[in-house]
Design a protein around this ligand. Structure first.
Ligand code: 8YV
Length: 330
């Protein structure tokens, strides 16, 4: 059985990537910590080795912890305290087979991730990426009434797929800030008072949502259950001038299908912060002008990255003081 563990030594902790200096400092005061000073992603062999030496490993989204990385017969490690809310890079079965407890860092990144989803929505609707590329290329010939004309955002309909904390933070911004009508698709029913707080209406299926929306923003988890949730037939259900925004996980979209939809103007455009197999970018995407791409910046503010680190610290402290960590997900 996995569960909290009180050790007779200072817990040995491996931090797999560089963290904000302030939190690295706090970590080193409380635990016996090894930092990845090179900040290079570790290999599956590194993880197998680490599982025999550390009481806790602190992975991020760049650490693929599947059967290969977790493929040892027995582990000293008791806790994978993930730095980030999404944990689809950790294979649940492989973690369970080793009796590992897994924690994440919810709440503290909801606002900044929703802010970035808003950034992407505004950028793609108002053609901000195209405009900046043109200007930097020295190709701007001056103002004219027909130049880089985009789509109005205020008052339009936004569809939100996945109405957890980040989806709700997005709805708050879009409804109360931009007067948008909100439609929601979520795997479980959302309480009426939660929907009412954002003037939102829940629809039963993705198929019900897509044809009604001017913007669709993805806020569901990644992993096998949602792989290619947005595929070519669902892209075909979107309005021809609608925009797709993804700050969730790359695998939620079939990128080949999205590339085709963008090339042939089946949808108005897309804006992505996450990619399937990132940092590799599917070549088809690089040729689409009606696409905004950012390098996974959802939670990338000083305040949030420090808060994520402190949330991990709390989870490790609870675990090794014999308490159930508040953010236990496995
Ligand atoms: C993180 C994220 O930067 O928390 C998440 O799920 O996608 C990002 O905000 C990343 O996951 C860190 O592991």
């Amino acid at each position: 059985m996995n569960g909290p563990a009180v050790l007779n030594h200072k817990p040995k902790v491996l931090v797999t990537r560089r963290w904000p200096a302030a939190v690295e400092h706090e970590l080193s005061e409380r635990f016996d910590v090894v930092f990845n000073t090179q900040d290079r992603p570790l290999t599956p062999a590194d993880f197998r080795d680490a599982l025999g030496k550390f009481d806790a490993i602190l992975p991020t989204v760049t650490d693929g912890m599947g059967p290969e990385a977790l493929g040892v017969a027995k582990a000293q490690t008791r806790l994978l305290a993930n730095y980030g809310v999404g944990f689809s890079h950790i294979d649940p079965k492989a973690a369970r087979d080793l009796d590992l407890t897994v924690t994440n860092t919810p709440d503290v990144l909801s606002e900044c991730t929703a802010d970035l989803a808003m950034t992407l929505m505004l950028m793609v609707a108002r053609r901000a990426g195209e405009g900046e590329r043109e200007l930097r290329a020295g190709a701007w010939t001056g103002w004219r009434p027909t130049h880089l004309v985009g789509s109005k955002v205020s008052g339009k309909t936004l569809g939100i797929i996945g109405f957890g904390r980040i989806g709700q933070a997005m709805a708050k911004r879009a409804h109360h800030g931009f007067g948008m009508k909100i439609l929601v698709q979520n795997r479980s029913p959302v309480r009426q008072e939660v929907l009412d707080a954002y003037g939102a209406t829940q629809v039963p299926t993705v198929e019900d949502l897509l044809p009604e929306c001017d913007f669709v923003s993805l806020h569901c988890p990644g992993g096998p259950a949602n792989r290619h949730l947005i595929n070519s037939s669902r892209l075909n259900l979107m309005k021809p001038d609608a925009f797709l925004i993804n700050t969730a996980r790359g695998e939620v979209i079939d990128e080949h299908a999205l590339g085709q939809a963008l090339m042939f103007d089946c949808i108005g455009g897309a804006a992505l912060d996450v990619f399937d197999g990132e940092p590799r970018i599917a070549p088809v995407l690089l040729h689409c002008d009606n696409l905004v791409m950012l390098p996974h910046l959802g939670s990338a503010t000083r305040e949030t990255r420090e808060a994520m680190g402190r949330r991990v610290l709390d989870n490790i402290t609870d675990f090794f003081e014999g308490r159930e960590p508040r953010d236990k997900v496995l």
